[in-house]
Design a protein around this ligand. Structure first.
Ligand code: GFB
Length: 318
């Protein structure tokens, strides 16, 4: 049985972020009425969220709002990563139930899995071992989100599902070097080093950890596929299918950007989990696979970075 989005009022929570804005773009071809909340609605505040749902009565909720950041931001702001994400999830999921939302999709992260999970990581590895310390706060909040969806399905019969994306990148990403993930950081570093004719760029840690990268437009497409075709208790992995080491990624980004200098390593920064390649075979069996290859995705993301820099009136700050 497929769930039709045509004519449905679909609320995208987090529409200003990289993921939410990609989902809004992708929904435009579904014939849905897309609803978003403005900045006056603080998703951490229960009254704000309840009030918004009572007024707007969506049929579908996509919960893409979250406090997110790279390895350093996670490590520096554990209270915000835990509290903000718990509050957002609890408020949006409960308000969706009260407003009789027909279907809800919750978005988590591959960091929910144990630090040393068997690779590729299958969905049933959840809660089988200790988490990676640099992002355990965010991981605990995201695990709570999965469990809320499962509990609401079990107790109230709500059709709430969860998707676990791997490391994401694409247009609308955060390019701030202190708080960003590795992909936007490397794009910016390579670009600025090229402009300044620098001899080298510096990457954090040893460069040996491996990561799996998925373009956010592929994730958005997978989300629509899941909303239409999936209704089940278990969360679903959404990955690219292969991973690269950070040093391999640096090489690829440097090639795309056109930076030919050296790579220095800053060993004072953490490596994080050694590897987190997800097993996305359940999603593949449901008929979905990604389309945007890594080089093509980085090229397109760099073009967006240059556009945004141009609009900001400078090529060296975004
Ligand atoms: O993307 P990232 O910040 O987060 O870092 P995680 C990935 C890897 O890239 C780590 C290295 O080994 C970093 O040390 N790296 C090298 C850099 N240079 C840089 C740089 O300039 N900036 C950054 N940020 N990293 C996140 C979690 O973990 O994954 C989040 O913290 C979330 O909670 C996300 O789950 C998907 O992949 O290690």
């Amino acid at each position: 049985m497929t769930f039709s989005l045509t004519g449905k009022r679909v609320y995208v929570a987090g529409h200003r972020g990289m993921v939410g804005s990609a989902i809004v773009r992708r929904l435009q071809s579904e014939g849905s009425e897309i609803l978003t909340a403005d900045r006056s609605v603080d998703l951490r505040e229960q009254q704000d969220v309840r009030g918004w749902f009572e007024q707007n009565r969506p049929d579908v909720t996509v919960l893409a709002a979250a406090k997110v950041g790279g390895i350093l931001a996670n490590d520096r702001y554990p209270a915000e990563f835990l509290y903000d994400n718990l509050m957002i999830e609890a408020n949006v999921i409960e308000a969706s139930r009260q407003a009789q939302v027909e279907k809800l999709l919750f978005l988590g992260s591959s960091c929910i899995y144990p630090k040393f999970a068997d690779q590729p990581i299958a969905e049933d590895s959840l809660l089988t071992g200790p988490l990676e310390p640099t992002n355990e706060w965010y991981a605990i909040a995201k695990i709570a989100g999965i469990k809320l969806c499962q509990a609401y399905r079990h107790q109230y019969g709500c059709d709430y599902i969860s998707a676990m994306p791997t490391n994401l990148y694409g247009p609308g990403d955060n390019f701030d070097l202190q708080s960003s993930h590795v992909m936007p950081a490397l794009i910016r570093k390579a670009h600025e080093a090229k402009l300044a004719s620098s001899e080298s760029i510096t990457v954090w840690g040893t460069g040996s950890p491996k990561r799996e990268f998925l373009h956010v437009d592929d994730l958005a497409d997978a989300c629509i596929h899941l909303l239409k075709t999936y209704s089940g208790h278990q969360h679903v992995n959404v990955g690219y299918g292969s991973d690269v080491s950070i040093l391999e990624l640096v090489e690829l980004v440097n090639e795309v950007v056109g930076f030919e200098g050296q790579v220095e390593k800053d060993f004072s920064k953490p490596d994080g989990t050694p590897r987190k390649l997800m097993d996305s075979s359940r999603l593949a069996a449901m008929g979905w696979t990604p389309r945007i290859d890594l080089r093509q995705g980085i090229t397109q993301t760099y073009a967006h970075f240059l556009d945004a820099a141009g609009q900001a009136g400078s090529t060296s700050s975004v």
